[in-house]
Design a protein around this ligand. Structure first.
Ligand code: HEM
Length: 280
């Protein structure tokens, strides 16, 4: 499943993509940019628009579940990294293998509590509640873009003790912000979604501690669509399948090293064996 396939009907992609790319690639802030951004956000990313593509999402999910069911029938090991995008892979790993058994059981029972036992249930009403803290924590440790895109300052400005002259190129290290031990726990490398229960830090990045979607007027307009898709896919993977690591591997043996790149993919693909658990 790709983000491209979830934006709109395939026939419209040639029109939509140049528009999105143009917004992205002509970054000079001004009236033109403001109008294009407003237009794209309204026409492509409003709640109503996102809702109108429900059927497409369902189709995509159906084909994902179908292909995993076939792999389950054949007792095949699945390359999860190839099947889903990096962040979903990370979430999947964390939810299926990264937490203790009791937590995993809880998560499953929460999903089961809410959903009818159809192969591909309509999760849209429930996904906002599903693993919200896990998602935030995954994005803290594994931001899709560890270094955000370069931006140019339009005016001289002083931020904290730093003087930033006009026309400086600024690159924000989102990965490092997520590992600042003054903001997070001392064990910054540990996956601790519970941290968010007591905190008012969310993904909008109001206070800049957690900004995987950037923040402010150049923040990601596709945040809700992105989050919805991730939750939908992860919910399906958790709801429809039991997962096991291949060859009796334990979670401690898994290599979680990331590769240095524009995004931060895992150096070694996540391999796992699905077992369909909803009956046929
Ligand atoms: C989990 C999924 C996503 C993540 C983590 C993400 C992250 C980001 C980030 C960090 C930026 C700021 C780039 C920068 O200036 O440094 C951004 C911008 C942008 N994103 Fe996303 N994004 C996601 C999904 C989407 C989706 C689904 C769409 C649309 C279909 C989208 C469309 C855009 C556009 C058009 C911009 C440029 C906005 C501007 O320059 O004003 N994103 N995204």
């Amino acid at each position: 499943m790709t983000l491209c396939s979830l934006v709109g009907p395939k026939s419209k992609l040639p029109i939509i993509y140049p528009m999105v790319l143009r917004t992205w690639l002509s970054p000079k802030y001004g009236p033109y940019w403001r109008n294009v951004r407003k237009f794209c956000t309204r026409e492509l990313l409003s709640t109503a628009k996102i809702d109108s593509f429900k059927v497409m999402r369902r189709d995509e999910l159906e084909s994902l579940v179908q292909s995993l069911m076939e792999a389950a029938k054949a007792h095949e090991v699945v390359d999860v990294s190839e099947k889903v995008a990096g962040l979903i892979e990370d979430m999947t790993y964390r939810m299926l293998f990264g937490r203790n058994k009791d937590d995993r059981f809880d998560l499953k029972s929460i999903v089961h509590q809410f959903l009818s036992l159809m192969a591909v249930p309509n999760l849209a009403d429930y996904v906002p509640f599903l693993g919200a803290f896990d998602l935030q924590e995954s994005l803290r440790l594994h931001p899709v873009a560890p270094l955000l895109l370069p931006h140019e300052s339009m005016e001289d400005i002083v931020i904290g003790e730093y003087y930033i002259p006009k026309k400086s190129r600024i690159i924000v290290n989102c990965w490092a912000l997520g590992r600042d031990s003054e903001v997070w726990s001392k064990n910054v490398e540990e996956f601790l979604p519970e941290m968010f229960k007591e905190s008012d830090i969310d993904l909008r990045g109001r206070d800049f501690q957690l900004i995987p979607f950037r923040s402010g007027r150049r923040g990601c307009p596709g945040m809700h669509l992105g989050l919805l898709n991730i939750r939908l896919v992860v919910a399906q993977l958790v709801h429809c399948f039991h997962w096991e690591l291949p060859n009796g591997m334990s979670t401690a043996e898994m290599d979680m090293t990331e590769k240095f790149d524009l995004s931060s993919p895992r150096a070694k693909h996540l391999l796992a064996m699905p077992k369909y658990c909803l009956g046929i």
